[in-house]
Design a protein around this ligand. Structure first.
Ligand code: ATP
Length: 485
């Protein structure tokens, strides 16, 4: 598996993802995406949108505001309870997330633990400062995670930058549901930035202060049964019970998860899994983990994460919470609006299933999954084996030499291909080098235009993973590439 430092160096060197404002010493927890990174990010978001919004007749999209009415976060519970336990070193003043300190040192899950229990564990195990090793730690306290700002010319008019996209969906639900002439089940999806003032951002974009989410709130009537299609796919599963007994994950069929959670939850686990397979993640690096009773959020009936085996261990990539009717009831209470909907002849508060994807974590997982060094090749060829759907560049177009009409023919082909694919034109350096450069950034196909192209309208198509080279007609290039998607 790729090391984090190796992956990070590669991403920064190629300007795929890198710390923001490097010339001013960068800014912890904030990152920029360069030309290749932004193409990949857009591709991932488009695949997701096409799959979950355009590909479903029961789900619509929206795009809400980032700076949000403060009442939204009072109703949702964020103002009172969106905080992490912070522990500070008396000696070097380093501030650390206390539950992460416990998890790192004692190898137990501490997320959601009461502050007094966190303090007891730190004291009993005499945990030390991760930076200077001092035993002198100030008792943990809560640290608020929402970024606030002032709005308009009136001082003290505080508003928050959204820490999740979800709440915007709840407050817009009545208008969107009505305008869409919705009926249950009904999904609203959103892709956008979220902001959390993380105590210790780390592991590159995995834990950032500004990141992007892709979320669906799927409103349903819990009294209505959903017909589950049998799904015999076996996936790594770590149930709540298994964690309580200190066991590790085991392969289980997706259908069999009805023994551990609701059918609606199994339905969404299966939908999310299908998407992850579609964009090419390797199942052996994924596991489903059910939240323990202690870590369940105040709003959740049950939550399952999709964890990925990151270079720094199994960590959450996607959260799938059953939020029940918590949010709509809260907003009804705080706004005074009627937020029930008619289902059959009954007015109800719908329940909500929430698949919540972190775009940056997903991209990091896709990149570490695709990372491959071909040890058998003389120059230890480095390849990013990304699925063609999400590769930043899908086809490289090269004239063998930059003259004798090959350059103009190649340019014309490039212009045509770039109407349909993410294409890249390169006429510099040896062909071998040009292939290697594209391999390293994940380009699945390259074509070379040579002297014969001008005579018989064929090109050499070279495939990234097998390195096979085939002669094909210019007019069949598009079909050939699309077939591999
Ligand atoms: P964690 O326990 O790792 O802090 P979380 O449980 O607070 O994550 P959620 O509130 O469930 O995360 O957010 C949904 C998704 O948003 C996560 O699965 C993750 O992919 C992404 N996400 C959350 N916080 C961050 C962050 N600081 N940086 C990057 N992505 C994040």
């Amino acid at each position: 598996m790729v090391k984090l430092s190796e992956l990070q160096k590669f991403l920064v060197d190629k300007a795929i993802i890198f710390p923001t404002a490097e010339m001013y010493g960068s800014f912890a927890g904030f990152f920029d995406y360069g030309p290749l990174g932004v193409e990949m990010k857009r591709a991932v978001k488009n695949e997701w949108w096409n799959h979950f919004v355009r590909g479903r007749s029961d789900t619509v999209g929206m795009d809400g505001s980032i700076i949000t009415h403060p009442k939204v976060w009072e109703a949702s519970g964020h103002v009172d309870a969106f905080h992490d336990p912070l522990v500070e070193c008396k000696k070097c003043k380093t501030r650390t997330r206390a539950d992460h300190l416990i998890e790192d040192r004692l190898k137990i899950t501490a997320e959601g633990m009461e502050l007094k229990d966190v303090a007891t564990l730190i004291r009993e195990h005499d945990l030390t400062c991760p930076k200077c090793g001092s035993h002198d730690l100030i008792d943990p306290r809560y640290f608020e995670l929402m970024f606030s700002t002032e709005v308009g010319a009136v001082e003290g008019n505080i508003a928050y930058l959204r820490p999740e996209t979800a709440q915007l969906i709840f407050v817009d639900f009545p208008r969107i549901y009505k305008a869409s002439r919705g009926s249950l089940p009904f999904g609203i999806a959103q892709i956008g930035k979220a902001f959390r003032n993380e105590i210790s951002p780390r592991n590159f974009v995995f834990r950032a202060r500004e990141f992007e989410q892709m979320e669906i709130e799927y409103f349903f009537n819990p009294e209505t049964r959903i017909e589950l299609k049998p799904n015999d796919t076996k996936v790594n599963v770590l149930t709540r019970d298994a964690q309580d007994k200190g066991e590790s994950h085991t392969p289980l069929k997706i259908s069999s998860l009805v023994n551990f959670t609701s059918e609606w939850h199994v339905y969404w686990i299966s939908e999310v899994w299908n998407f992850l397979m579609k964009i090419g993640l390797r199942p052996e690096n994924l596991r489903l983990r059910q939240h323990t009773k202690e870590e369940l959020s105040h709003y959740a009936q049950d939550t399952w994460d999709v964890d990925y085996l990151f270079p720094f261990g199994w960590k959450e990539m996607i959260g799938m919470a059953n939020r029940s009717d918590f949010d709509l009831k809260q907003h009804a209470k705080h706004s005074g609006d009627e937020l029930k909907v008619l289902d059959g002849d009954k007015k109800i508060y719908p329940w909500v299933m929430e698949p919540s994807f972190g775009v940056d974590r997903l991209i990091m997982a896709l990149l570490s999954d695709a990372w491959y060094i071909d040890k058998d090749s003389k120059d230890k060829r480095q390849v990013l084996r990304l699925n063609p759907k999400i590769a930043p560049i899908q086809i490289g177009v090269f004239p063998l030499v930059n003259k004798e009409g090959m350059d103009t023919a190649a340019w014309e082909i490039y212009l045509e291909l770039s109407k349909h694919f993410r294409a890249f034109y390169d006429s510099k350096g040896s062909i071998g080098r040009r292939y290697r450069r594209q391999d390293s950034i994940g380009t699945p196909y390259c074509i070379t235009i040579d002297g014969d192209t001008l005579k018989d309208k064929t090109v050499t198509l070279r495939e990234r993973d097998s390195m096979d080279q085939k002669r094909i007609k210019i007019r069949s290039i598009g079909t050939k590439i699309s077939e591999s998607f």
